[in-house]
Design a protein around this ligand. Structure first.
Ligand code: AMP
Ligand code: ZN
Ligand code: FE
Ligand code: FE
Length: 274
């Protein structure tokens, strides 16, 4: 099984790289791409754990681009983890995440829901470049008893245009595609069915997009069929994965959504010739 979309504790996942590899191995995953938000901090640990289990690891990422005030998640695969420009760009993304976390903290306090963001800041300042995001804020809100679950935290407070939403600055998708390419990687548009950007996919393809994520837990059968057609029409490769976060209500188990072997082979061959 091939799962090209999973998160670890380097971003908003609940599992350490070691725990992730254990879970993936038991589920029968043989190729995995760890795609943490705006960080590749877990890649060395994932590789070390995967090696002992005979799992192939693709160095991946999920970068938040911004277009017209909306977040566009862009996946990158087969990255050179030592690329200095990529490292500098990601450090900037994480600094913006910290500034946003602080602003959301202020907003929540104004709304009568103070949370202690110090542990989150400490996590973000740890060596190796971990990233913070709204799911960790949601967990702090649950722990404080303000909301019952992450869904409520997002829908009532944290999601776009909700009272505790703070917009983020960010690079447009075309710039992110260029950064991924410069680091030796291929760029895939994450979960287009969730992001709701069908009308923009052709423009991204013109900007050099390599692939779209057809297989994702948020995509139903008709989404999969539609995005397969889009990929074929625009001559894009196909990616897919579980978006595993280690949360029962956020993404699937490793391998629960997988990439078919023939799509994987096409992607891998394209990376080898890039
Ligand atoms: P951020 O990185 O701060 O932009 O937060 C984005 C993360 O929040 C992504 O991993 C999403 O999957 C997650 N997310 C977005 N909406 C929801 C929701 N309604 N419930 C739980 N998680 C969500
Ligand atoms: Zn996430
Ligand atoms: Fe995403
Ligand atoms: Fe994700």
């Amino acid at each position: 099984m091939i799962d090209l979309h999973v998160h670890t504790t380097a971003s908003d996942g609940r599992c350490t790289p070691h725990q992730l590899v254990e879970r993936a191995s038991h589920a029968g995953v043989r190729v995995i791409a760890v795609t943490d938000h705006d960080t590749i901090a877990s890649i060395a640990e994932v590789r070390a754990a995967a090696e002992t289990r005979g799992i192939d690891v693709v160095a991946g990422i999920e970068i938040t681009a911004v277009e017209a005030g909306r977040d566009i998640h862009m996946l990158g695969y087969f990255l050179n983890p030592d690329d200095a420009d990529l490292a500098a760009f990601l450090a900037g993304q994480r600094a913006q995440r910290i500034a946003r976390l602080e602003a959301v903290g202020v907003r929540l306090a104004e709304l009568g829901m103070p949370i202690d963001i110090a542990p989150l800041l400490a996590q973000a300042q740890q060596q190796g470049g971990r990233s913070v995001g709204r799911p960790q804020i949601a967990r702090a809100m649950i722990a404080a008893g303000y909301v019952a679950d992450a869904r409520e935290a997002f829908e009532q407070w944290l999601a776009t245009e909700r009272p505790a939403f703070v917009p983020r600055p960010g690079a447009p998708p075309g710039d992110v595609i260029d950064i991924v390419h410069a680091a030796g990687g291929l760029a895939s548009l994450a979960h287009p069915g969730q992001t709701n950007v069908d009308a923009r996919i052709a423009a991204y393809a013109d900007a050099g997009l390599d692939a779209i994520e057809v297989y994702h837990p948020d995509h139903d059968r008709s989404d999969v069929d539609r995005y397969r057609d889009v990929a074929q029409r625009l001559k894009l490769l196909v990616t897919g994965g579980s978006d595993f976060h280690g949360d029962p209500d956020h993404g699937g188990e490793p391998g629960a959504v997988a990439l078919p072997m023939d799509d994987w082979i096409r992607l891998r061959d394209a990376a080898a010739h890039a």
